[in-house]
Design a protein around this ligand. Structure first.
Ligand SMILES: [Fe+2]
Length: 452
């Protein structure tokens, strides 16, 4: 007989050690009820694209039980996960990436058919996780300055400890106070699920604002502990108000695209290149992009096999070909060679990387801007053999024809009176580090630095 048999049946024998995680069990760990409200694109006065979901986002809904939150935190705070996944790309923020590769619980929770059904239902289209590296990207605000100081503060049990706020801090308006927000932006991926793993009582901020078609902002409350919120962040311009008043704030995020062929996928790697391991990111990216391409081609081929006349429909075939060429081109452009990426990021800094659109807006207001930018492009002062010159020409042609261009800033139409420059093209494609390199070569970067 097993002499330790009794150990296994004692209640405390089920208590988890520091580095032991739970097995995901939807009955125990999920506590789901559907969102009370789904906000439609129409309600927000936004254009409804035929290839996107009509749902812009949801109000927060319960997703994880108390035990589910603890199990998730236990999985996340295992020493091996912290050792291999933690970094601090911004002051005061700890980021955990790729935890799903070190934790079965996190992987099983996000990829379980029940979870996939819940997130898909919420936005009204069947979803696929973008790629494994985008499962459970976790942002942690906690006391401490270094990674090790911050990781030491993390406990499985969520803390309800509050931080005293000043009267001004309580009264702040995120729409007016630029320092209190993550500014207006579109996400790099079509859909996102944000799940809260911290107590939010006493928290000020933490909500999302969505820009409506008439220019006003609609507020969506931030999720409470165990609750999640879904957003079509690739099509909806939004800002996130920073949270204050709590000792810790832990949110975990998974990004999706539609799994249905012919539904758009406007993904970019702009937001993740600076802190991802590029070799593994590019490998996953390539696989997902080629799989999506294969699905699109198979879908069209199946239709042609059933209805051979469709092959003679020049418009449908041409549309497929143009879209897939663009898709492949974007796939390749997002994969900036690691050596080049690191060189450019080191030269200009990651703050400038994320500020690139703002920097561009500032330099445009300089009196000498037009002259410098147009002469830089005319004389090819920056990498004359680069593929981006071809991209610039084809975008100019599309603009001339009044066509829509896709961009990291939503649908892109050119209504400016001035010329369209390489800076515009590189930012449209979300190639912020390459943009800074062009800005440097043009001479505008030096002028910008002298302004400060
Ligand atoms: Fe976002």
């Amino acid at each position: 007989m097993d002499p330790f048999r009794w150990l296994k049946v004692w209640p405390w024998s089920s208590a988890k050690g520091a580095d032991e995680e739970d097995t995901f069990d939807p009955k125990m760990h999920l506590h789901y009820s559907p969102p009370k409200k789904k906000i439609t694109m129409q309600e927000l006065l936004l254009n409804q694209s035929t290839t996107a979901s009509s749902i812009a986002g949801t109000t927060p809904f319960p997703l994880l039980s108390r035990e589910g939150v603890r199990a998730y935190r236990r999985a996340l705070f295992q020493q091996k996960v912290l050792d291999q996944c933690a970094s601090s790309p911004f002051p005061g923020t700890l980021v955990l990436r790729d935890a799903a590769k070190r934790s079965n619980f996190i992987k099983s929770f996000w990829t379980h058919p029940e979870t996939m059904r819940i997130v898909s239902e919420a936005v009204g289209v069947p979803l696929d996780v973008i790629m494994p590296t985008e499962i459970g990207h976790t942002n942690i605000q906690v006391e401490g300055t270094t990674v090790s100081e911050m990781t030491k503060k993390l406990k499985v049990e969520p803390t309800a400890e509050k931080v005293e706020l000043t009267v001004e801090e309580r009264a702040y308006d995120p729409l007016k106070d630029a320092s209190a927000i993550i500014p207006w932006h579109y996400d790099s991926y079509p859909y996102v699920c944000v799940l809260m793993l911290s107590e939010t009582e006493g928290m000020i901020g933490g909500e999302t604002y969505i820009k409506k078609g008439d220019g006003t902002a609609q507020k969506v409350e931030g999720p409470q502990i165990g609750h999640a919120v879904m957003l079509q962040g690739g099509k909806v311009k939004h800002l996130a108000a920073r949270a204050r008043g709590v000792k810790e704030r832990i949110s975990t995020i998974t990004s999706y695209r539609s799994s249905v062929p012919t539904v758009y996928d406007s993904s970019y790697l702009t937001n993740v290149r600076p802190y991802a391991d590029l070799n593994s990111l590019y490998s996953e990216w390539t696989q997902y992009r080629l799989r999506k391409l294969r699905d699109e081609l198979t879908h069209f081929l199946n239709k042609v096999e059933k209805e051979p006349g469709l092959a003679l429909d020049g418009v449908a075939l041409e549309k497929l070909i143009i879209e897939q060429i663009e898709y492949l081109q974007q796939t390749s452009r997002q994969m900036i060679a690691p050596k080049e990426h690191h060189r450019m990021l080191k030269a200009y800094g990651s703050a400038a990387y994320y500020d690139a659109p703002k920097i561009w807006a500032t330099v445009q207001s300089l009196p000498e801007f037009e002259k410098i930018a147009s002469s830089a492009d005319k004389n090819r002062v920056w990498i004359p053999e680069s593929v981006y010159w071809m991209d610039l020409q084809s975008s100019k042609e599309a603009i001339r024809l009044g066509k829509f261009l896709t961009s990291t800033m939503g649908n892109f139409t050119w209504d400016k009176k001035r010329g369209y420059y390489m800076g515009d093209e590189l930012l449209r494609q979300g190639l912020n580090e390459v943009f800074l390199d062009w800005l440097g070569a043009s001479g505008l970067w030096d002028i910008y630095c002298n302004l400060a």
